[in-house]
Design a protein around this ligand. Structure first.
Ligand SMILES: [Zn+2]
Length: 134
């Protein structure tokens, strides 16, 4: 029996959620198995995982969504975020979007020039006033 072809669902926006009928088709296409661990998905609340991830250029369309256990999906997403973090940090620094962390610097103390307390070979004092003889 030939199945009627159904047009592929494509999300209008990257954050658009596939409707229930599309989620059902995705689950049936993957034979009800989690694409991460390969286990049977027997509980509601499974996640629609984008492969490749949307952040890595994946599209929000039916053919690029695979079912996954919520636990498996969360763990994989967390792992991907850890792997991406240093790259994102470098990107922010490189583009100048993020400034390097520095403490606020004060101008500091004025530099003192050390003056000797006394001069060793000083000349004898010059009298400022002369006594006038009468
Ligand atoms: Zn799983």
């Amino acid at each position: 029996m030939a199945r009627r072809t159904v047009p592929e669902w494509v999300g209008r926006r990257p954050e658009s959620m596939p409707p229930a009928r599309v989620r059902q088709r995705i689950l049936e296409r993957e034979n009800g198995l989690c694409h991460i661990c390969g286990g049977v998905i027997d509980k509601p609340g499974w996640h629609a995982d984008h492969v490749p991830p949307l952040k890595d250029g994946g599209e929000n369309r039916e053919s690029m969504i695979k079912p996954a256990h919520d636990v498996c999906h969360r763990r994989l997403t967390a792992q991907q975020a850890i792997e991406r973090a240093p790259i994102e940090r470098k990107k922010l620094k490189h583009t100048g979007a993020a400034r390097p962390k520095k403490s606020i610097r004060s101008p500091g103390f004025a530099k003192q020039t050390k003056q000797p307390k006394f001069q060793k070979r000083s000349l004898p004092p010059i009298p400022l006033f002369r006594q006038v003889s009468k």
